[in-house]
Design a protein around this ligand. Structure first.
Ligand code: HEC
Ligand SMILES: [Cu+2]
Length: 329
């Protein structure tokens, strides 16, 4: 049963990138060394039971033996073993630093922790706009990616167990961690710093794509969105009840009623129709899932920062949900 925890999409025992496999070996080495130390201590302890008669020693001899034990076992041994482990582990930490690369710059992706969801930004080059999405992280495979991390509220931690990590996300501060996926694939990720009631409901879907697919994915999201019909009832309702917290690129400014925000920011919904989950991984995205989420989000994810919408009738929520499901590049 214990070993069942060693597999799966969030297992550190199944590394899928250089940082994670370094950490994996550090982990095994530390385990091995500590088992050897523990066994040696137990053996010495048993040995003291077996020894019957006390040798006769003068107090001077006793003192000398004691001094040797303190210097050897108390200072020398720990210093040597800790330095050895440090030398062994230091390259692992170095590999995750955003150091300059020989050929080209590493892809840079910004991730912002929010209670309790993830904002993901792909900075534009030469005046291109940032691509902003939420709760899904796309990255190119087979090359280093620098994740620039921060938080909008409390301390969160960014952790993709199979790629390595983890790193705290501290409000008002940026820190960068370099990770790489060996091959395309889907990885689980989870906030790794207790951040309030819905800490466990703060999951991130990570997908590594071939470079050309990643570029295409990003390029799709750089195309300016088509016009949004400002006569549509669902669009107007979204403007009135939702747009204060949620951005949809190209949404008509005139329809946005800022009253509803209460200082809370919600996930960007520009590509919501193409995302695999809702509520930072608490439910899968499928047909009519958004309408379901809008009616039940406080039971699916109790305490989340989106207020309940019970002042809106089911039909309005259904229409808004159906319209949002069409939002994809
Ligand atoms: C006061 C701000 C606020 C208002 C108003 C609001 N939301 Fe939200 N919404 C949030 C927050 C915060 C979340 C993230 C909840 C979580 O996962 O913890 C969220 C999550 C969502 C999600 C899931 C997004 C994802 O990436 O999984 C959808 C869809 C959504 N809201 C739609 C709506 C719609 C439609 C309305 C209007 C009827 C609305 N919201 C009104 C703050 C708001
Ligand atoms: Cu957390």
């Amino acid at each position: 049963m214990l070993l069942a925890g060693c597999a799966g999409e969030m297992s550190i025992m199944d590394p899928a990138g250089p940082a994670a496999s370094h950490q994996f070996w550090v982990w095994w080495t530390m385990l091995f060394v500590s088992v050897v130390v523990a066994l040696a201590v137990i053996a010495l302890w048993l040995y003291t039971f077996r020894r019957r008669e006390q040798p006769q020693r003068t107090p001077r001899q006793e003192q000398r033996i004691m001094l040797r034990l303190v210097l050897g076992g108390g200072i020398l041994l720990p210093v040597v073993s800790i330095v050895a482990l440090l030398v062994f582990a230091a390259p692992t930490g170095r590999g995750m630093l955003p150091l300059p690369l020989p050929e080209r710059e590493a892809e840079r992706i910004e991730v912002v922790g929010h209670q309790w969801w993830w904002e993901v930004r792909y900075p534009g080059e030469n005046g291109e706009p940032d691509v902003v999405t939420a709760n899904r992280l796309m990255m190119p495979a087979g090359e280093p990616v620098d994740f620039r991390l921060t938080s909008a509220d409390v301390i969160h931690a960014f952790w993709i167990p199979r790629l390595g990590g983890k790193r705290d996300m501290v409000p008002g501060r940026y820190s960068t961690i370099r990770l790489e996926a060996d091959a395309p694939g889907v990885f689980g990720a989870q906030c790794a710093e207790f951040c309030g009631a819905q800490h466990t409901g703060m999951l991130l879907h990570v997908e590594a794509l071939e470079r050309n697919e990643f570029d295409a994915w990003l390029a799709d999201r750089r195309v300016p969105p088509g016009p949004i019909d400002d006569e549509d009832a669902a669009v107007r309702a979204f403007g009135e009840h939702c747009a204060a917290c949620h951005t949809v690129a190209g949404f008509p400014e005139a329809l946005i009623d800022d009253e509803a925000a209460h200082g809370i920011q919600g996930p960007d919904l520009t590509d919501i129709g193409s995302r695999p989950t809702l509520g930072a991984g608490v439910m899968p995205m499928e047909e009519d899932a958004i309408a379901y989420w809008l009616q039940h989000h406080q039971t699916l994810k109790p305490g989340n920062r989106m207020p309940p919408h019970n002042h809106l009738d089911a039909e309005t929520l259904q229409d808004i949900g159906a319209w949002l499901e069409t939002m994809e590049p």
